[in-house]
Design a protein around this ligand. Sequence first.
Ligand SMILES: Cc1cc2nc3c(=O)[nH]c(=O)nc-3n(C[C@H](O)[C@H](O)[C@H](O)COP(=O)(O)O)c2cc1C
Length: 180
Amino acid sequence: MKTVVLHGSPRRGRNSDTLVEHLLRGLTESGVQEVTHFYLNELEIRPCQGCLSCAEPPHDCVIGDDMTAIYGAYRDADLVVWATPMYWGYLTAQMKTVQDRMEALAWSGFGGKVFAVIVTYRHHCESAVAMFERICPYFDIELHTMVCRTYDPETGRDIPIEELPGKLEEAYRLGRKLSK
Ligand SMILES: Cc1cc2nc3c(=O)[nH]c(=O)nc-3n(C[C@H](O)[C@H](O)[C@H](O)COP(=O)(O)O)c2cc1C
């Protein structure tokens, strides 16, 4: 199974990345898997310009930047992991920029995949989850979602992901499930 991981957090190795790590442990445990990581914050990816050149065959984006590598890896992938914190009620800007640029694939090659969506958040995650739930049936995508609240409203404290072993286990189990 070919897997692409889109890391949407600028905080490398923190909450959403750690959940991905555990998901991949479950995914790869029973055999070698090809996994390609994209740390979006470290890439040069310009926002979609809305030119709709991609609507015409061959449906390529006219912007030449690091998104080209993501298009190639995405096309080949069976499983796409979207891991993002909530930022002001939605995906991080890094993740939203990639999502907008996926417009070029929406004309051909976006669908028929398995998505694993991991969303970390303090207060609300519904808008990000709802977006994936809306688009996936349309594109014939099998969706698996895992959300993780990293905040204690009683104390007002951010909870480091290491203090949420149940969630790490949940991510691992999701990886196991996706490997079958
Ligand atoms: C700029 C910024 C905006 C945020 N906005 C939200 C938000 O709108 N809703 C929410 O529930 N959490 C919000 N958070 C909290 C993060 O989603 C949360 O801390 C998450 O676990 C961070 O994940 P990470 O460690 O992978 O970066 C925000 C955090 C930052 C830094």
